[in-house]
Structures are given as structure tokens and as C-alpha cells.
Design a protein around this ligand. Structure first.
Ligand SMILES: [Mg+2]
Length: 347
């Protein structure tokens, strides 16, 4: 393997060649749909008859989605692609291709860029996404825009507007783990690591869901192809916000059974100060599990877990609007969308 060039790159062409080289081996999956990949003015794709292709795009911006001095570069690259791919999972689509638009200051074109691309290449391999193009430019801050393309059989994609009264509500994974990881990272950044009594290994484990989220693409495909889910959305901004979107689109009311929620456990070694597990679970974003509705006749087809991630029935859809929390005595109270919103001040 050639020695890595750790000197800052100079020209845009060099930068593009470097990125293509680092990311091209992302996946070797050959697709007959790919007529022309990276290197020309544009890529050429030829979707086979009988398929729908789904597209999504996602920003990862310095100071909005990550702190360039707090997040490891590998995690910035990994998360940027994982976040985008999560929307493919939410449609039940097979991952196929991606495009990367990248801005960065000159001082991050050397070692920092190498590490960021290494993280993104790891995500591309794991998620089976192949780079087919993009753009780069110099800019005082790091900004990544990821466009992802996925494939489904015609009409098989699962939308968020298909839930009906009587459908049961499920989610995969745990709630609040990514928000807890983010909080730890920020505390460590502010306090230079002296804010918890965790071992290094325990801390790494808790940071993992935030830095390197696992994206349940295979579960989304399973639920779509077996016609199990009537509606689906990924948990990107927090349960309260994402479920509100699904309920609104589906013109139904979602009821969440409070005692069923798979809430993250906050270790005793972490000082609580503002870390309420239920609040993390309801409003903490970036867990990237799937939230999905299932008609009564298909409930028995829902697996209890999928590739290591638990699947939990957390509620149901009824006639009405909005989202309500149902307490142990059956007491209902409305749940307002209070997850991540870039246009609102951070809590
Ligand atoms: Mg989404």
C-alpha cells in the first residue's frame, strides 16, 4: 500500500482524484444499472424496467451537525453517509449509489481529509453504497452533502402516510442512546474528559451509537418486501418529532404506551445533570432505528428482533390526530414534537 499523503492537497482536480481513490473501493458490487461512474461531467444510470428508484439528500455541516474539533474525522465521514442512507432504509429500498458534495478549508485537506474519507469508505462498504460523483470546493467550514440512491421493486417502497386506525406501532433498536453519546462527547469536549467516572471501554461503548450509528437497511427491506409495514419513517430527529410526522401524514392519531418504550439506560457513573432517560428517549435524535406501522393481520409477521436489534411494539394508531402518551393507568397526555430542529435553538 502506498504511503498516505499527509500534505495538504493543492488543486481541485487532485482533491477529486484523491476522494475517488479513497472512496471508489467503497463497494465493488457491480450494478448493470451503472453505465458510467465517477470521472466524467456526470454519471449515467439506467434503471431497469420494473424498478422504482428512491433519492434522498442530507447535509452534515460543521457547527450544526458536528464539531470539527470534538468529533473524530472518521466519525464525521461515517455518520454523514449513514444519516443519508437511513432515509433509504425508511423507504425499504436497497442501497445503490451516492454522490458527495464537500467543502472544506485548505488546512483540512491533508490528514484530516484522509481520516474522514476512511470513515466514509467504511460506511460505504457496510451500507453497500457506491460513489458515482460529486463536487468539492474550498470554504472556511466543513460541509458535506450526501445524495443517496436506492432501488425497490415497482410500488414496493413504504411511505410515511400509510398508517390506518387499528395499525400497531413498532420500532427497532433503543431510544436515546445516540443522544446520550452526543451528551458525553460534548461534556468530554468542554471538560477535557474529567466529567465522568466511566472506564475508557465503557465510554467508547456509549459513544458508539452517536459516532458510528448502525443503519437497519436490511430490516427496512424485509418489512417492505414482505408487505409487513403500512407506513415507515426513520428515527432521525427524535420519536416525538418523527412520529408526529407519521401521524400527520397518515391522518391518524398515534398512542404510545409509556411503559413499553425501550429507553436507554444511563449508567450511574454519569452525573445526571439534565440527562433524563425518558426525555432522551422521546426527544433525543439520531437513533436511526425504524418506526413503522403494521396492520393487525400482519402483526404476527413482525420479528422480535432483527440482526441483533430488538423490535418493540410501542403503541397503536387510532382515529384522530396527533400523538398521545398513555401512562400506566391509561391516562393520556398529548406529546408535542420536541426533537431536533435546526431552526430552533438547541435545548
Ligand atoms: Mg427520514
Amino acid at each position: 500500500m502506498p504511503r498516505r499523503n499527509t500534505q495538504p492537497l493543492i488543486s481541485e482536480d487532485q482533491l477529486i482524484e484523491h476522494i475517488a481513490r479513497r472512496l471508489a473501493p467503497g463497494t465493488r458490487a457491480v450494478s448493470p444499472a451503472l453505465v458510467l461512474g465517477i470521472g466524467d461531467d456526470a454519471a449515467i444510470l439506467r434503471p431497469p424496467v420494473g424498478e422504482d428508484w428512491v433519492f434522498s439528500t442530507d447535509f452534515s455541516l460543521e457547527d450544526v451537525h458536528f464539531l470539527a474539533d470534538a468529533h473524530p474525522p472518521e466519525a464525521i465521514g461515517f455518520r454523514a453517509l449513514a444519516r443519508a442512507a437511513s432515509d433509504l432504509g425508511a423507504m425499504g429500498a436497497h442501497p445503490a449509489f451516492f454522490l458527495l458534495s464537500l467543502s472544506l478549508p485548505r488546512e483540512r485537506t491533508g490528514r484530516w481529509l484522509d481520516r474522514m474519507l476512511a470513515g466514509m469508505a467504511r460506511a460505504a462498504r457496510r451500507l453497500q453504497l457506491r460513489l458515482i460523483g460529486g463536487d468539492t470546493t474550498r470554504w472556511p467550514k466543513v460541509a458535506l452533502s450526501l445524495t443517496v440512491i436506492g432501488r425497490t421493486a415497482r410500488g414496493a417502497a413504504v411511505r410515511r402516510d400509510g398508517a390506518r386506525p387499528g395499525d400497531q406501532l413498532f420500532l427497532s433498536g433503543r431510544l436515546g442512546a445516540a443522544a446520550l453519546g452526543l451528551e458525553l462527547l460534548l461534556r468530554r469536549h468542554r471538560g477535557r474528559g474529567r466529567t465522568t467516572r466511566l472506564t475508557k471501554a465503557a465510554e467508547r461503548r456509549l459513544l458508539q451509537p452517536h459516532l458510528y450509528p448502525s443503519i437497519p437497511l436490511a430490516l427496512g427491506i424485509h418489512l417492505a418486501e414482505n408487505r409487513i409495514a403500512s407506513a415507515m419513517i426513520d428515527l432521525s430527529d427524535g420519536l416525538s418529532s418523527d412520529l408526529t410526522r407519521m401521524a400527520l401524514a397518515s391522518r391518524s392519531r398515534a398512542r404510545i404506551f409509556l411503559d413499553r418504550l425501550p429507553v436507554v439506560r444511563v449508567p450511574a457513573a454519569i452525573s445526571r445533570g439534565g440527562l433524563e432517560p425518558l426525555q432522551l428517549a422521546l426527544h433525543g435524535g439520531e437513533d436511526y432505528g425504524l418506526l413503522f406501522a403494521v396492520p393487525p393481520a400482519r402483526v404476527s409477521a413482525v420479528p422480535r428482533s432483527f440482526r441483533g436489534a430488538p423490535i418493540t411494539r410501542i403503541g397503536e394508531f387510532v382515529r384522530g390526530r396527533g400523538v398521545v402518551l398513555v401512562g400506566p393507568q391509561g391516562l393520556e397526555r398529548p406529546l408535542a414534537a420536541a426533537g431536533w430542529d435546526p431552526f430552533r435553538e438547541r435545548r
